[in-house]
Every structure is written in structure tokens, then in C-alpha cells.
Design a protein. Sequence first.
Lengths: 327, 499
Amino acid sequence: MTVSTVTPALPRRAILPLGRHVNELGLVAIILLLYVVFGSISPGFLSANNQVNILRDGSTIGIAAWAQTLVIVAGEIDISVGPMVAFISVIMAFALKDNMPLGLTLGGGLILGALLGSVAGVLRGVFNVPSFVATLGLWSALRGLALFMTNALPVSFADNDTLDWIGDNVFGLPVSAVVMIVLFAIFVFVSRKTAFGRSVYAVGGNANAAHLCGINVTRIRILIFTLSGLMAAVTAIMLLARLGTGNAGAASGLEFDVIAGVVVGGTSLSGGRGSMLGTLLGVLTITVIGDGLVLYGINSFVQDVVRGVIIVAAVLLNVAASRRSGR
Amino acid sequence: MTTTQGAPVAELRGAFRRYPGVVALDGVDFSVQPGEVRAVLGKNGAGKSTLIRLLTGAETPDEGIVLLGGEPFREQGGGRTREATRRGLRAVYQELSLVPSMSIAENMFLGAWRRRGGMLDHAAMVVETHHALHRLGLDLDPHLPVSALSPAARQMVEIARAFLGTPRLVILDEPTSSLAAAEVDQVCSAVRAAADQGVAVLYVSHRMNEIRRLADSATVLRDGRIISTLPVAEARTEDIVQMMLGRVAQAQRVEPRTGGQPLLSVRALSLPPKLANVSFELRAGEVLGIAGLLGSGRTELLESILGLRKPEAGTILVDGASVPRRSYKGMIRRGFGYTPESRKEDGIIPLLGVDENTVITDFRRVDRAGVLSGDAIARATRTIIDRLHVKTAATSTPVVTLSGGNQQKVVIGRWIHARSRILLLDEPTRGVDVEAKRQIYDIIRSLAREGRAILFVSSEIEELDQVCDRVLVLRQGCMAEEHQAPDIDAERLLAACLG
């Protein structure tokens, strides 16, 4: 994807406007197919209530997935998302339990997320620890720390009207979904229209060349992980509001869904290629699969199997479609 | 392996190959005899690569047949390349195909391991590698990982691998583009020795002097057709160039200019063991060539100036003021621009468009209050594309789809976008076709006319007189000689490089 608008294509590239979006079109087709299938086999799947559910579940994955897209485009990966969300929600729950004002608590949570993310970023950018290893360390340490601090018990706190509002709906839409959509717009803008966003693509496409062009590669790497941590904190706030308690075991396996959403969305794990729109559709695909299978009522272990198969099939279809369109 | 006696080693009959919108090969009949060294010439896009890919089995012709040793391929699709290898075909491409983390010996036998009793026979592989390298005049330890080798040494290892065992046809696609003269000699003698033993060699190159030294015959391609196959000894270079271009090309000479203010002064720069006491001045409006063989310290010199390496001693002055502690970013801010030797690894960002590859050096010029402007990017890119004659379908076309010459123009163009005053160009014409080379020379001359200072590093000695006002010869890390235009002579330069 590029930011320019001029595309007077050669004859052989005449299908380019469509061809460029073959990935997105394929995902829309997959989502429609899932709606047709689940609409006919899963009772209540098409109800308005369930659409709201899908949006709310989607926001848990989506908010973290926007930042993860930049991380993966830059050729890195952040697998610490789930434990980070749980850890931050536990810390915030403790703060609220000690009657810390809500604004201070949420602000502190966001700062904590950014700091934890930047730890991974510094490990990668400055000390050249592979990002998989750096975030694997965080993954384990944060999960362990949260469980240790809470003894694996939920941390409850006094009711808070504002927090309840965040966990509720506004104009029939979950607040978390609105936050997700607003953040989506911001990330689309950042990834396409700012020097930072384009530098992320450049670093992922060829870090040596980007460095020689004067881009501060270390800074970009630290920033993407900081953003990822920040989005984990936003997700933690949404989770805290929805559950009403801080749970050390919450968001278990979230990183799997986030990364799956990004990859199903067509972002290349080798870096340099990917789009926010693709991730949006990828996240929707993952969420719809999860929701539809629950409503269909099959065994939850079998759900994981089916979900795994559908994810790989979706990526396979996508790769095949991209290849046919000549990319 | 059954072969009809007297049959050509490889043959194409009535081969057509079409891509969407392009006819890459247009009814080509082609054959090579055992022991023949055949040069294949043509501009980029003339059909050389397609012809090679048909022979190696990487592609199948739309019409016509491919014969190896008088017999068609038995396999279809992906099995073809393996079949070609089994039947004695070896190819070395411009793009290297070595595994950097593995040793030279392991790379030499990649996929064709020597085994003894079910186990890998490392000792035998090391010994054979040593002999193969020795034949090319290389004294490298076979245990060294490929990542420790310079680009030229890697290329030599690839060539050594191609001649390993008993090949029947070896295809060398611009094997010498990253090599210095001494290594080219080694490659030439290895090719001749192999030909004397009956190995056929297809030699794709743009360098006429090499072709004259080692090829028996030359096939000239243009627009997917074979224009002529002729004995090299009887062909004049101008005739071959004319066949390649389809029109008469005029060799042009530089009108020498004396520079203005010195923009860059290098004083007593030392980086043992690569550079010793190097001093020179680069003035506004001049093109200063640096001639030197591989390993003479050319790239190290540029990197030391730019702050990418820390020299042991020496002073760098920019605009007459000393810059003691240099950072790469700081040097860019001072007006430097750098195009690295390896375009693919350090130059282009392959998947991004021509536009973003251009404006990447200075986003501030295309950004309005922190927001990148699509219009401004397109306009800035269009300016560079028009000025440098970059052939691209659109400003947003991924740069990786462009030809090598056009990619190089983009890499140079991004520093024009950044308004750099001092350009350090490391081998800007490497792997670029004749016509694009000519255009790059013109671009460099016109940049100098605008008052920029250009340091032009090249191992293709014969191009320096076409673009430089002055040429400094770097020999084993020392400044050996200085030559002034119009008295720059390729033969004397080469002699100076060799010492």
C-alpha cells in the first residue's frame, strides 16, 4: 500500500485497483460465507443482540490488533499481549480497591502499559534481543506476577459509575466497540499519513536501507512496542469495566487471537506488507468464528480445533487469491 | 546420462515466451556446442534472462521446445530445474544464492552432500572445496562462514560451485559485476580451462573486454529476438553495441570542469588495515572518481567519512570546518547523500512504491503540519522521475518491479529529493544495462553542473573517463595516483590500480 493517488496503470495492470484489494475482497467474501453458514446452523446468530456481542468481543481483540499490525509490519512480533492486559487490569483493580481516583487509575494504567511495551522495545531496538524472545519473557513474567499478587483470586473494588458506563452501551453500541472504531481511524491515519507510519513500513521492508536513508530505526522499534503496550492497557480498561474485577487469568490466549487476526488480515510475518483494513476484517473473521461456534454449541475444545482449521484455511485462500492476482 | 554424440549441449527450437503485455522471447532458435564459450548480450528486457530460465527449466516455453544434450525435458513444472541440474546444467545468477550462516564447504555441496556410510563426509567436502577454490586462485578457509566473506568473495564461491564436479553447461549471469580486475582474470582462466575440457559456458555480461578475452562467439538479443550470432574475433564493439541498441551509440567524453569551493576535505584518514593516510579534497561542481580494485578500501573510505565506521586517525572537514565526532544522521543533515554498493540489500525498500522510496530521505518536504500529503508526494516523485527518466508505470509502483537501472535512479533520486550537496555514490552502475549506465553518467554530470560535489566510486575502470573530472587511484588503502580529465585513460588507470 502506498500513499500516492496517481495510478495511470499500464494495460497489463488494468485490473490493479481491484487487484490491489484482492486480499480485502477475499476476507469480505469469507465473512459473508461465515454469516451464511452460522446464520443457518447457529440459533440466534443473526439477532441484533448477537451483532452487539460480536462487536464487543471484537473490540477485545481489535484494539490490541491495530498496534500489533504495526509491530508485525515492522518485522517484529509482540506475544506479551494477553498477560500484559491481565497484569494491568489487576494493578488498576488494586488501585481502585485502595480508593485511588478513577482518572488517576486509568491514566496510570495507560502509562504502565506504555512503559512495559517500551521495555520490550528497548530490548529489541537497543540490545538486539529478538522481539519474540523479549516479549516471551514479558509474557511469562507478567502472568506470573499477576497471579502471585492476587493469589489467582479476582480483585474486587467498589462500584464506580463511570467504569460501569465504559462497560455498557452507548446508543446501542458497546463503548468498547466505539473506542475500537475511533482507535482504528487513528491507526489508519497514522499508518498511511504520517512519516512515523511510513517509516514503520520502510523499516519492515528493509531496515538497512531505511537506516541509510536517515530513519532512526531504533526509535521506530521502541515506539511500536510502546504503542502495543499502550493498546494492551486500553484493552485492560475495557476488560476491567466489563468484568468489574481484576483477574490475573483474564485475556488468556488473547495474543493468539490478535496475531491470528493480523495474519488472516494479510499482513506478512516477514514484515513490510500489511494494512489496517485487512486487520479489521481479519479480527472480524476471528470473532465471527468464535461467536458462531459458541452459539452452535459444540464442545469448547472442538471449537479450538475448528477455529484453527478455519484460520489456516482463510490464510491459504488468501495466499492463493493474491498469487492469482499476480502480486 | 545418455547423450547423442555431436548434439548441442543445449538447444532452443522456435521458442516463444509471453508475459502479460510483453513478448519476452519471440521465436528463438539457439544452440551451444560442447566446449564452446558463448557470450549472450542484450539490454535489460532483451530476453536474456528468459532464455536462461528456459534452459534451466525455471520456466517452460509457450511454444517450441528445449533440448538438453539432444533430448527434451522429461519433467514438467517444478521438477524441471532439478532435472536440468541432474543432467549437468549449472547456473550462477547475479543474485547470490548462498546460505550466509553456513560454511563455504557446506555451501559448495548444498543439496548434493558428500556422504560416507550415511553420514556427511565433512573432510571430503572441505578438501574438494579447497581444490575448487584454489582453481579460481582463492585462498579461503573452507570452514569460514559465508557471512564473513565480502560480496566479491561470495560471488567467487558461487562460481567455484558451478564448476564443481562434471558440469556439461555452465551459465554465468553477469558473474563479474561485483568483481575487481584480478578476480575477473581468475574467472576468465577458469572458464577457459573448463571449456578446454568440453564444458559449454554461456556468459552473460556487459563487459566487452571480458567477452573478447574468453568467448568464442556472441549472441546478441534485442526485443526477444536473436539479432545475430557471430564470432567474437571478427566483431567490432561498435557493431555489437549497435545491434544491442538498434541505433548508433556515441561514446562521449567529459568536458572537464574545475571545482569551486572545497565542500569536503579528507586529511590523513587511517583505518588499519584498510586505509592508510588518505587525503583529498572534493569541490563543488566536480565529479571525483575513486578507482580501485576490490579490497582497496573504497567502501571503507566512504563509510569512514559518513560516520558509519570509526577511523583510527584523520580529520574530515565539511565546508572548511572540522567535524570530529561524526554520526551518520549528522552527516546527512550536513548535506551528504550516500548510495550503497549493494542496491538490493541496503538500497531499495522493495515492496514500497517508487514514491515512498524517493521521499523517505526527507518526509518534511511532503508533509503538511505532520500529515503526509499524497499530492505533495506524487509531485515530488514526479519531479525526480522526470528528471532521472525513471521508467515506471506509476509513482506508486513497487520499486522491486523496476529494472536494476531504474531502481538505481530512484536510489540516487532520493538524495536529490533531500537536496543533498555532497553525494557519495558507491558503484552506482553495478548490474545496470548499457543504456541506463549512459543515463546515470548524464545524471551525475548534470548534478555536478548544479554545484553539487560527487564522489564516484567504481571498479569498472573504463567508465571513469566518461563521468569524472578527476580520478584518484586507491591502491591497498593508499592514494596512489591522480588523473585529470581529459587525460583519463582506462588502461593507465587499471595499471595504476594493479600497481
